[in-house]
Design a binder for this molecule. Structure first.
Ligand SMILES: [Zn+2]
Ligand SMILES: [Zn+2]
Length: 318
């Protein structure tokens, strides 16, 4: 499977500002030496060595992750604002232009996880079929709520594709295009589910956003360690710094330090920091990642865990 990130922000979309773009240009110009600008190749090499905060951006869209299965089928986790660009990209690849299908898995129905649905062009195309999976049995009602006429000009029934709903529970697993998918409830206001996607070759991807793992939960972490154990890729809610997480008890999110502790204990191979706070700019995100890597080196210097921070455009192949 290929995992692609289309929205990585939590809570609210956070577009980059003109001020931030100007600051990036200023800092890049300060860093460049005359030799870096002598040829196109020299410029490319110089740019490749810049941190993401200077050569690009982590992105401002909210939660949306694509899984392209080994059979080239599409699974989408959550419908945050990143879903709009995913829809356009899928159609450019010739997917979902009619008589095609895809599956959605909804972790929960907070705004930042459903708001892109009405801007997903393929859902308007007759002949497409969408399979909606969630551990919330009323997910259809919840999606209809956000499309009442006081809040949006179109109703859910005006999305012209076919839509089928498949509620399931933590006690069962479902098959989605050859992936075995299981779920686990996590602590979050209003509830939320983590989903685990397992390929036939045993490779495992776990998506665990909007999940509060605080010091109290760490005392009884055993069942979660079993659930996460050996995952090849674990996408984890790291909205807060450790200091913020101590102040924001019951806000429903975790820190990179706690995510790192859990990933080490669970023998996870790659940890992806996710659900970035909308107030964090790209420079802050670089430092969140660097601090997590330093923390891991201090806590478990010989552990092979790799830590990356999610950004729009990140692709991971399993
Ligand atoms: Zn969220
Ligand atoms: Zn949430």
């Amino acid at each position: 499977m290929i995992i692609r990130f289309w929205g990585v922000r939590g809570s609210l979309a956070a577009p980059i500002t003109a001020h931030h773009v100007e600051e990036k240009i200023r800092r890049v110009l300060e860093l460049a030496s005359p030799a870096d600008l002598l040829s196109k190749e020299a410029i490319t090499s110089f740019m490749q060595n810049l941190p993401l905060s200077l050569r690009g951006t982590y992105g401002g869209n909210t939660t949306c992750v694509e899984i392209q299965t080994s059979e080239n089928k599409t699974i989408i986790i959550d419908a945050g604002t990143g879903l709009r660009t995913l829809g356009n990209a899928l159609m450019a690849r010739g997917k979902l232009t009619g008589k095609d299908e895809a599956a959605f898995f909804f972790t929960h129905s907070h705004w930042d996880h459903i708001q892109g649905l009405m801007f997903f062009v393929p859902i308007f195309i007759p002949g497409n079929t969408f399979h909606f999976y969630s551990c919330f049995p009323d997910i259809e009602t919840r999606l209809r709520y956000q499309m009442v006429t006081t809040h949006f000009p179109l109703t859910f029934d005006e999305l012209n594709s076919a839509k089928k709903f498949y509620p399931f529970t933590e006690e069962e697993s479902v098959d989605a295009y050859g992936l075995s998918v299981s779920a686990k409830a996590v602590r979050h206001p209003g509830g939320c589910y983590s989903y685990k996607f397992k390929q036939a070759n045993g490779k495992t991807f776990i998506f665990c956003s909007d999940a509060e793992f605080n010091l109290e939960i760490l005392e009884d972490i055993g069942p979660f360690i079993d659930y996460f154990f050996g995952a090849d890729v674990l996408v984890f809610d790291t909205q807060y710094t450790f200091e913020e997480s101590l102040q924001k008890i019951d806000w429903g999110h975790s820190s990179a330090a706690i995510a790192t502790d859990i990933a080490i204990k669970s023998e996870v191979k790659k940890l992806v920091l996710y659900h970035h706070d909308p107030s964090y700019d790209d420079t802050k995100m670089d430092s969140v990642l660097l601090q997590a890597i330093k923390y891991k080196s201090m806590m478990a210097p010989n552990h092979p865990l790799e830590i990356v921070a999610a950004y729009e455009g990140l692709e991971i192949e399993l």
